[in-house]
Design a protein around this ligand. Structure first.
Ligand SMILES: Cc1ncc(COP(=O)(O)O)c(C=O)c1O
Length: 437
C-alpha cells in the first residue's frame, strides 16, 4: 500500500506531467505511490492533499525550527512583501537582520546574505581559495554541502564501498556531469579521523586553501565530533594558513542559538548558515572573522547575487533569529527532543534491537547495528531495511520522519508533549510491525 490517498494520487499524477518525476528536487521522489503532495503546514503538523495530518519531523530537511507558519515570521514576511522586496540596494531590514544574526552568533564580525546553503558554501570555498591563492579544498566523507561541483564527492549518496582506503581515500563523485578536472583540487577524508587529516596536511598542507566540515553530521544520523577533532582541524588550519569553514547549514541556530561553534567551543574563520535561519523562507548567510574577509572587502573575490539580502529573506531571518534569541524555542526543542531520544531508545532496548540514538535533541538520528558509528564508513552495516520499514509504517500512521536511513529527525518548537507521546506510541507500534511481531 502506497502513502498516497486518492486526492494526493490525483495531484501527483498532475505533478508528473508538469514537473520532471513530479518534483522540483531530486531527493523528493519517493516513488510513484509514495511521494506525498502536501497542501499546507501549521505548527508541528503538515497536511497532505487528502487532508491527512502528519506530525512533522522532516520539516523540509531541517529549516522549520519554530513551527510551520509561525506568526512572527508570517507577520514580518507579509510586511516585507508589501514594502517591495528586491531593490538590489542595501535595505534597512537587511542591516537589522545582519545585526540580529551577529547577536546570535557573536564570533561573526561581518556577514553577507545569500539565498541557499549551496550558494553559501560555493562562495565560502571561493573566498578561501581567493584569499589563500591555493586550490585544494578538503571535505569529509558523508558531509553534504550543497549541489555545486566541488562538494559533490563522497557525500552520503556515494556508496561507502566507493570511498577507497581510509589511508588513501578516493573522492567518490555523487553525480555524472562534473568536469574531470574538478577532482584534482578536492581531497576527501574520513570524518572524525584527525590522524588522516594530519597525514594529508603533512603531504599537501601548503596547497590547501580550506577545510569545509559539517561540525556535526547533519546528513548522517547526527553523528557528533569526537573530542579534539574540531580543535585539531582548527590547529591544522592555523599551522598551514588554511581557512576553516564550518558548514552550519543544518547545525546553525538549531543545536544552539550560536550553532556548532557555540555548542563545541571551536571558532572557524568562515561559516555558512541557511535552513533554520529563515524558518523555511529561503535565506542563507556567510559569516566570517579576521583577515579572510578582506578578500571580499578588496572586491577581488566575487560574491554577488540579485536576490542576496532581499526583503522577504532578511525579514524572515530577523524574525526567526529574534524569536530564537528569547531562548524559549530551543529550550522547548531540548525538552521534546530529549524525550524523543530517550523514549525511542527505551522502546528499541525493550525489544532487544541493537540500536543507537545519535545526535542532539534538535537533530538526532538512528543507527541500527552493534557499535555506534563515528563516521560515514561506520554506517555500512546499518540495518537500513528495518529503518525504512519502521519509518514508512510511522508515516502511514501520521508521523513523518524522512525514511532515508541516514537522515536525522528535525523536531520543531511547536511540538506539544502530547505530540511527543503520540510519536512514541506510533514508534512502538510501527517497530513491532517492522519486526513482524
Ligand atoms: C550541511 C548542508 N550544507 C549545505 C546544504 C545545501 O543547502 P541548500 O539545499 O539550501 O542549497 C545542505 C542541504 O541539505 C546541507 O545539509
Amino acid at each position: 500500500m502506497g502513502l498516497q490517498g486518492p486526492k494526493t494520487a490525483e495531484w501527483f499524477e498532475r505533478a508528473k506531467h508538469a514537473l520532471v518525476n513530479g518534483v522540483s528536487s531530486g531527493w523528493r521522489h519517493w516513488g510513484d505511490d509514495d511521494t506525498l503532495v502536501l497542501a499546507r503546514g501549521d505548527g508541528a503538523y503538515v497536511y497532505d492533499s487528502d487532508g491527512k495530518q502528519y506530525i512533522d519531523y522532516h520539516n523540509g530537511f531541517g529549516p522549520v525550527i519554530l513551527g510551520h507558519g509561525h506568526p512572527a515570521v508570517v507577520e514580518a514576511v507579509t510586511k516585507a512583501v508589501a514594502a517591495g522586496t528586491t531593490f538590489a540596494f542595501t535595505q534597512e531590514r537587511e542591516v537589522s537582520a545582519a545585526e540580529t544574526v551577529k547577536a546570535a552568533v557573536p564570533w561573526i564580525e561581518q556577514l553577507r546574505f545569500t539565498n541557499t546553503g549551496t550558494e553559501a558554501t560555493m562562495h565560502a570555498l571561493r573566498l578561501a581559495r581567493g584569499y589563500t591563492g591555493r586550490d585544494i579544498i578538503v571535505k569529509f566523507e558523508g558531509n553534504y554541502h550543497g549541489a555545486h561541483d566541488y562538494v559533490l564527492y563522497s557525500t552520503p549518496s556515494s556508496p561507502v564501498e566507493a570511498l577507497g582506503s581510509r589511508f588513501r581515500p578516493v573522492p567518490a563523485p555523487t553525480t555524472s556531469g562534473i568536469p574531470d578536472g574538478v577532482v584534482t583540487v578536492v581531497r576527501t577524508l574520513p570524518y572524525n579521523d584527525l590522524e588522516a587529516a594530519e597525514r594529508l596536511f603533512a603531504d599537501e598542507g601548503r596547497r590547501i586553501a580550506g577545510v569545509i566540515v559539517e561540525p556535526m553530521l547533519g546528513n548522517v544520523m547526527g553523528i557528533q565530533p569526537r573530542e579534539g577533532f574540531l580543535e585539531g582541524l582548527r590547529r591544522l588550519c592555523d599551522t598551514y594558513g588554511s581557512i576553516l569553514i564550518f558548514d552550519e547549514v543544518k547545525t546553525g541556530f538549531r543545536i544552539a542559538v550560536g550553532g556548532a561553534a557555540e555548542a563545541y567551543g571551536v571558532i572557524p574563520d568562515v561559516a555558512c548558515f541557511a535552513k533554520a535561519l529563515g524558518n523555511g523562507v529561503p535565506v542563507a548567510a556567510i559569516g566570517g572573522r579576521g583577515p579572510v574577509l578582506d578578500g571580499w572587502r578588496d572586491g577581488g573575490i566575487a560574491q554577488m547575487g540579485t536576490y542576496c539580502g532581499n526583503g522577504v529573506a532578511v525579514a524572515a531571518a530577523e524574525a526567526t533569529v529574534g524569536e530564537l534569541l528569547t531562548g524559549k524555542p530551543l529550550a522547548r526543542l531540548e525538552r521534546v527532543g530529549r524525550a524523543l531520544m530517550e523514549g525511542t531508545a527505551k522502546i528499541l532496548a525493550d525489544r532487544g534491537v541493537d540500536a543507537f540514538v545519535l545526535g542532539k535533541p534538535g537533530m538526532f538520528g538512528f543507527y541500527f547495528g552493534e557499535s555506534a558509528p563515528h563516521d560515514y564508513r561506520g554506517t555500512a552495516d546499518h540495518d537500513a531495511d528495518l529503518y525504512e520499514k519502521l519509518t514508512m509504517a510511522m508515516i502511514r500512521r501520521g508521523v513523518l520522519p524522512h525514511p532515508d536511513a541516514l537522515e536525522p529527525w528535525f523536531p520543531n518548537a511547536a511540538l506539544s508533549d502530547e505530540d511527543v507521546a503520540t510519536t512514541l506510541m506510533v514508534f512502538e507500534e510501527s517497530l513491532d510491525e517492522a519486526l513482524g511481531r
